[in-house]
Design a protein. Structure first.
Length: 179
């Protein structure tokens, strides 16, 4: 089950001009992705696959089945929305490279669903990120947790996999099911 972003306006990748995330004409409707929910459709529906190349923010990211989002080396995406801020449907792909994905909203709960391999993840101060039932997060780099990561919510199974070498594994608080 896909969780749709809750923002009032969603930009859908059309890739009509290039693979550059920051080119407004690559989005429908044409706009800067900062401040919007982002939807990455099946890659066969666009002539170019999006590449996130530097620092930027958006409310949420939804990668649909067969959708692909690439991150350039050193890129940082900050997710500032509430409720469903990251959803990667079955068959959707996020090529993280050595990027950083920051979950950043100290006033509203953020939710994560799907299965995604990240490189670095940051939870900003005050952020509460809840993993939805049967979701999975893979971490090849580090997790910097200045907020709260709820890996079990409502008794459902979730998975956090440490996939890199020489990582510091964050041990959850067993009594609260939180990191």
């Amino acid at each position: 089950m896909a969780i749709a972003p809750t923002t009032a306006t969603i930009l859908v990748w059309n890739g009509s001009q290039s693979s550059d995330w920051n080119t407004q004409a690559n989005w429908t409707p044409n706009n800067d992705p900062a401040g919007f929910g982002i939807m990455i459709p099946d890659h066969s529906s666009a002539p170019n696959i999006p590449v996130f190349t530097r620092w930027g923010a958006c409310k949420s990211v939804q990668i649909e089945t067969n959708g692909i989002l690439n991150c350039a080396s050193g890129a940082t995406i900050s997710l500032t929305g509430e409720n469903s801020v990251w959803n990667c449907e079955s068959g959707g792909v996020f090529h993280a490279g050595n990027s950083i994905v920051t979950f950043s909203n100290a006033t509203e709960i953020q939710a994560y669903s799907g299965s995604t391999d990240f490189y670095n993840i940051v939870l900003s101060s005050g952020t509460v990120l809840i993993m939805s039932a049967n979701s999975r997060i893979g971490i090849a780099g580090v997790i910097t947790n200045n907020g709260t990561l709820r890996t079990v919510f409502g008794g459902e199974n979730t998975t956090v996999e440490y996939e890199g070498a020489d990582q510091t594994v964050v041990i959850p608080n067993v009594s609260t099911n939180r990191y």
